[in-house]
Design a binder for this molecule. Structure first.
Ligand SMILES: *Cc1c(COP(=O)(O)O)cnc(C)c1O
Length: 367
């Protein structure tokens, strides 16, 4: 048998391609896809995923922080990279590594102008972010005139993109609100279209926006979670394929008797003879303690086994009574056969959180 690393996050590029093609089938052929690879490509590997996305036809990439963009550039990625939350302190790197900032407030816009004044640059592209209701980052609709004056005065800056972010594109109860966000955005788009002497690209949809608001495609969409195989509801989710599978092996098996306990604080107490499996991964690997004490299940030899007792830093224990298994057997924490949605407990968390939490201690392997 070939040696496999005990705890590993397997990355399946065919699944990524499948999800990409599925999203593409929802879009008109001229609409561009921006692949969102922030947070290590949702906990996988931003370089492997970023490079592969470009290879299969994604025209743009997006990250949250400048440093994430720098990593991609250093790995040889040449596609345009939008940085959602650039920090003023690192503004110089935007220029050095040809990253495109999302500009969302006056402070950043002014900082950028000051920096550009120091460089011999004719034209520096930015995407302007408008707040339409998420109330996180972005200029207000009331700011449009001021921004326009700024853009006209600062010849070096070119608004190559205009965008906003939807607050609840996956929520059927918020259709009216979402439509309101879209029409606010449309107002901003028309304003700039009428007043700027050049064209720019507009984008609004994240993954569930693509699936639920086909009329709001604009020039580009920003796909994140769906590329990695997760939707915002079970129906969306069923159509997609999980890119990441977190796997490990059974480190040790033991039988305990009625009254025996398992783990710290003795949180699990056996009510009968119980078969216990110990896995070599814990909260330091990204398995939240909230998944302990029966709240989540993993997959062993096609059967589900609950996590029992408190999750430890480097290990966790399962009740595998009645499951045919041996030390060294493979366990799928989540992935292809056992999705995060199954793993997800009582809506206390979301797939985004579960997958991005897998720590860098876990080896990433391509399959
Ligand atoms: C993370 C992010 C996305 C991607 O959202 P998904 O729901 O994962 O598709 C798009 N736009 C912005 C601004 C983001 O921060």
């Amino acid at each position: 048998m070939s040696k496999v690393l005990e705890t590993r996050l397997e990355i399946d590029l065919q699944a990524l391609e499948y999800n990409y093609k599925l999203l593409k089938s929802y879009l008109s052929t001229k609409t561009k896809i921006m692949g969102v690879v922030k947070a290590f490509a949702y906990g996988t590997d931003s370089i492997i995923i970023g490079k592969h996305l470009v290879k299969i036809g994604v025209q743009h990439l997006a990250v949250a922080y400048i440093e994430e963009g720098v990593r991609l550039r250093k790995a040889g990625v040449e596609a345009p990279i939008l940085v959602f939350y650039p920090q003023l302190e690192e503004i110089q790197k935007l220029i050095d590594f040809q990253l495109t900032p999302s500009v969302y407030n006056h402070r950043f816009l002014e900082g950028l102008c000051e920096e550009l004044a120091l460089h011999e640059i004719d034209s520096f592209g930015i995407h302007l972010k408008i707040n339409t209701g998420l109330n996180r980052l972005g200029f207000e609709i009331d700011d449009l005139n001021t921004i326009l004056q700024h853009l006209k005065a600062e010849r070096k800056i070119k608004m190559v993109g205009l965008f906003t972010h939807l607050a609840a594109s996956g929520n059927k109860d918020e259709v009216e609100f979402t439509k309101g966000q879209i029409s606010k955005f449309e107002q901003a788009r028309q304003f700039f279209e009428n007043h700027l002497p050049y064209i720019f690209e507009s984008h609004i949809c994240n993954s569930s926006g693509i699936l639920n608001y086909p009329d709001a495609e604009y020039d580009m969409v920003r796909a994140g979670i769906a590329l990695y195989g997760y939707g915002n509801n079970p129906k969306e989710h069923k159509m997609l394929k999980a890119v990441a599978s977190l796997k490990t092996v059974i480190a040790q098996l033991r039988m305990i008797q009625k009254g025996d306990s398992v783990g710290y604080e003795r949180k699990f107490k056996a009510e009968r003879e119980t078969k216990i499996a110990t896995l070599p991964l814990g909260y330091a690997d990204g398995i939240s303690r909230s998944f302990g004490n029966g709240k989540a299940q993993v997959l062993i030899n096609h059967q589900k086994a609950p996590i029992i007792g408190n999750v430890c830093m480097d290990t966790l224990m399962l009740d595998v009574t009645g499951i045919d298994c041996e030390e060294g057997d493979e366990v799928e924490i989540f992935g292809k056969n056992h999705t995060v949605l199954d793993f997800d407990i009582e809506q206390q968390t979301i797939p985004y959180e579960v997958i991005t939490r897998i720590s860098q201690r876990v080896t990433r392997v391509l399959v």
